[in-house]
Write a protein that binds this ligand. Structure first.
Ligand code: GCB
Length: 602
């Protein structure tokens, strides 16, 4: 067994890939490594490359100069040019831009170190789980490389069973948030490139064989059946019995896991109280395996389209939404439950039953909070504007981010839509890229709807939605900015929309900037009155869009963006929020709230 684990570890460290993702971390036996970490800003990657640019972690002989070795001089004569323990401190999780004033604009390399003790009992296994690092992470424990991970908004984990010691472990992570054309996202985004370890770092302790992942959902075609799988990590064929319990539904289902470690199941159910915004019912679930119980709270609902309608639990509904970026009250990356409540309570106040979490997978806390509060969710990956659609590695990167998001969140009833992309320019390569993502999503989860925020054209008083990728999507979503990037607000009502698809339509974005507290004429840009008028006029037009099934105006709260530089007005904030970053509601907030109030009564 130990040999097998060592082999597994060696394989992963040689190739440096993240291992199978462990899901439902918050209900496992964990130790948090959040808190104060030391950091070293390393613009020249001095701790990673020798002076002739050889990579230290590929050299046979460990170098004391490599930062991941966390070396300390043994006498006063020795030359060592770094020291984590006397380096500055930072809070993890947290981006460096909002915590360290000198690093506000920094894009590059920073090393982080956390020391800890851990008493791992015989036969137990230990994993390091990292919620997200933006963008690239090289992770080392006690000088050994665990792997490299790319993608700023998805979790990953590594087994450290054979490396961890009872005392003085040092976890060292090199984080690089340099932007590259071939990455996902690419060079250009309308949000701040917050760098750092932006989500929780957790140690997970497990037995030799354990429940790594599972899915449990109402069957898409039969509401009297729950189906899914349980996946065991390192199955021992002698101990293969799993029991799934949902006491409130009187379910106690026992079965044996097949030798490949997977149990596929279908369980009949009766009298389910379906999850919905009005009734966000979550059931207590238990998965017993080898004398250990993994718990979760899970809601059951169906989501489907029929012609141009969206049906939740068989009933038509309108998505009263709002778009949200993952930003906290201080202008940094959000992560905590408190951050989630701040944003989602505002969405509720606006009258929403739905949120678009743009433009990348948000943290798990906000997803779980939406599940509890009864807010349906659109989850997205950062295939934003342009990426290198013809490049295979770029596709693989996008697909990996999608896989991690689905693996983490597939048991949350709140998630109803997986979004593949935002405002991507039409080309054959882009179509293939998105079609492949759609096929991949369906292979992992066939219970939810698939969409992408598309671009449209408005000509001669007509708006047309004719992007060919619509064929592959369940919902036709598009962003449009009439009265902000073009078009005449007075005439908004006269603009008529046409689409060739008999599918539900969502206006995934519309809006305009206003500086909270700036007042003037409705024709004066940046004033609250302009934004208010823009909402009034856009809503008159939107009401008439054929097949309209929902909206997510852009955006709930003003957010930081390096593209928004107008002094005295934008000051590095995109001001399209209905609420300012300081929490002040703008006039348009009330227009949208009243419209949703009216919509509720229809
Ligand atoms: C868009 C993008 C969004 C931008 C927004 C804007 O179409 O999808 O990320 O922030 O426009 O404010 O221009």
């Amino acid at each position: 067994m130990k040999k097998l684990l060592t082999l597994l570890f060696l394989t992963s460290s040689v190739f440096g890939f993240a291992q199978n993702l462990i899901s439902n971390v918050s209900n496992r036996n964990t130790t948090s490594l959040n808190g104060v970490w030391n950091y070293i800003v390393d613009p020249y990657e001095t701790g990673y490359y020798s002076f002739h640019h050889d990579v230290y972690d590929k050299q046979a002989k460990p170098s004391n100069a490599a930062y991941f070795n966390n070396y300390h001089a043994v006498n006063k004569q020795e030359l060592v040019e770094y020291n984590f323990d006397t380096s500055p401190k930072i809070n993890i999780p947290g981006d460096w831009n909002s915590q360290v004033p000198e690093l506000k604009y920094y894009e590059g390399n920073v090393w982080f170190k956390k020391s800890f003790d851990y008493d791992l009992k015989e036969k137990k296994r230990l994993f390091v789980y990292i919620g997200a690092i933006n963008y690239k992470a090289d992770v080392y424990l006690n000088g050994k490389k665990l792997g490299t991970h790319e993608g700023g908004f998805t979790p990953f984990n590594y087994e450290v069973t054979s490396i961890v010691k009872p005392k003085d472990n040092y976890l060292v992570i090199k984080v690089d948030n340099t932007r590259h054309k071939e990455d996902v996202p690419t060079l250009n985004t309308d949000w701040w490139n917050y760098g750092g370890i932006t989500r929780d770092v957790t140690l997970i302790e497990e037995s030799a064989s354990f429940v790594e992942d599972y899915t449990i959902q109402l069957d898409k075609k039969n509401q009297n059946k729950i189906s899914g799988f349980v996946k065991i990590n390192n199955l021992n064929p002698e101990q293969n019995a799993v029991t799934i319990t949902i006491p409130e539904l009187k379910i106690k289902y026992k079965a044996k896991v097949s030798p490949d470690g997977i149990l596929k199941f279908e369980i009949p159910v009766k009298n389910v109280s379906y999850w919905s915004p009005e009734n966000p019912k979550l059931y207590q679930l238990g998965i017993d395996f080898n004398g250990e119980k993994l718990e979760d709270t899970i809601g059951f609902r169906t989501i489907e389209t029929q012609g141009d309608k969206i049906l939740l639990n068989g009933k038509q509904l309108f998505l009263r939404g709002i778009s949200i970026h993952e930003e906290n009250a201080k202008g940094g990356r959000a992560n905590s439950e408190e951050d989630a409540l701040r944003l989602l309570n505002w969405a509720k106040e606006l009258g929403c039953n739905y949120v678009r979490l743009a433009h990348y997978p948000h943290n798990e806390n906000i997803i779980r909070m939406a599940d509890k509060l009864g807010l349906m969710v659109w989850e997205e990956i950062p295939v934003y504007w342009t990426v290198e659609f013809t490049r295979k590695e770029t596709y693989n990167n996008a697909q990996e981010q999608l896989t991690a998001a689905i693996t983490r969140d597939k048991n949350r009833a709140c998630i109803i839509i997986w979004s593949m992309a935002n405002e991507t320019p039409i080309s054959d390569a882009r179509n293939t890229f998105i079609q492949n993502l759609v096929a991949h999503t369906k292979s992992l989860d066939n219970t939810r709807l698939i969409s992408a925020a598309l671009l449209t054209q408005t000509n001669d008083g007509f708006g047309t939605i004719n992007d060919a990728i619509g064929e592959s999507l369940d919902i036709i979503s598009f962003n449009q900015y009439l009265g902000w990037y073009g078009g005449n607000l007075e005439d908004a009502e006269k603009v008529l929309w046409k689409t060739k698809y008999n599918k539900p339509v969502i206006v995934s974005e519309f809006g305009g900037d206003a500086k909270a507290g700036l007042h003037g004429d409705k024709k004066e840009r940046w004033t609250e009155e302009y934004q208010e008028y823009l909402y009034i006029q856009n809503l008159k037009m939107i009401e008439k869009i054929p097949h309209l099934s929902g909206l997510s105006p852009w955006i709930l709260v003003d957010f930081r963006s390096p593209r928004r530089l107008l002094p005295g007005i934008q000051d590095e904030y995109n001001r399209k929020g209905l609420i300012s970053n300081e929490g002040q509601k703008k006039k348009a907030f009330y227009i949208m709230r009243d419209w949703y109030e009216k919509k509720k009564k229809e």
